[in-house]
Design a protein around this ligand. Structure first.
Ligand code: URA
Length: 210
């Protein structure tokens, strides 16, 4: 992928995202919609996966038909909201390996601190797709990508549902080599770090914790 930011402009994605933004959408529907959009965005983020061919025999004749080549991609969920998006990606890449990154914000330094990190082996030889629905300040996304690079990953892409210009800018400064795919680029962050107009707290809405 060459573009740093791709906003997937597709009627199905746009319609489902509108349903997710609606504050009246219940938890169960929110989760289903996130999973469905995750699947649709994966179509875009995997567009440049390497291919080779395999000889197959159709009922009519033999042919060299395209197949994916190389190691299975690694999906890395940024906890906890990443898990909701992860499900849709796994629906369409069921052979993917899966990792998890847990970060919290230190109240004094405001810096992200790692509390969990478990990723597949051979990250250097895989496409690594980091998933987190909300790219807000970009601090945790940038810190997660730092950790993935330390673990050897070099082909990293970032998949999110909604992005704020602040988060996109932060990622472009910290990781210009990491393309971002999102369903929408919203207006700005509010004083509490929420994306506006956004959809609220994605974790709370998908897990029903508020
Ligand atoms: N995280 C969320 O869940 N929502 C936002 O708007 C920003 C960050």
């Amino acid at each position: 992928m060459t573009r740093h930011l791709t906003v997937v402009d597709h009627p199905l994605v746009a319609h489902k995202l509108t349903e997710m933004r609606d504050r009246g959408t219940p938890t169960q529907a929110f989760r289903r919609l996130l999973r469905e959009i995750g699947l649709l965005l994966t179509y875009e983020i995997t567009r440049t996966l390497p291919m080779s061919t395999r000889r197959v025999e159709t009922p009519l004749r033999e042919m060299d038909a395209p197949v994916l080549t190389g190691r299975d991609p690694a999906l890395v969920s940024i906890l906890r909201a990443g898990n909701g998006l992860l499900d849709g990606v796994l629906d369409i890449i069921p052979s993917a390996r899966v990792g998890f990154v847990g970060l919290y914000r230190d109240e004094e330094t405001l810096e992200p601190v790692r509390y969990y990190f478990k990723v597949p082996e051979n990250l250097d030889d895989r496409l690594v797709i980091a998933v987190d629905p909300m790219l807000a300040t970009g601090n945790s996304a940038a810190a997660a990508v730092d950790l993935l690079k330390e673990a050897g990953a070099s082909d990293i892409r970032f998949l999110c549902l909604l992005a704020a210009p602040e988060g996109v800018g932060r990622m472009k400064d910290a990781h210009p080599d990491v393309p971002i795919v999102t369903a929408a680029l919203d207006e700005h962050l509010d004083g509490n770090g929420y994306i506006v107009p956004g959809l609220g707290d994605a974790g709370d809405r998908m897990f029903g914790t508020k």
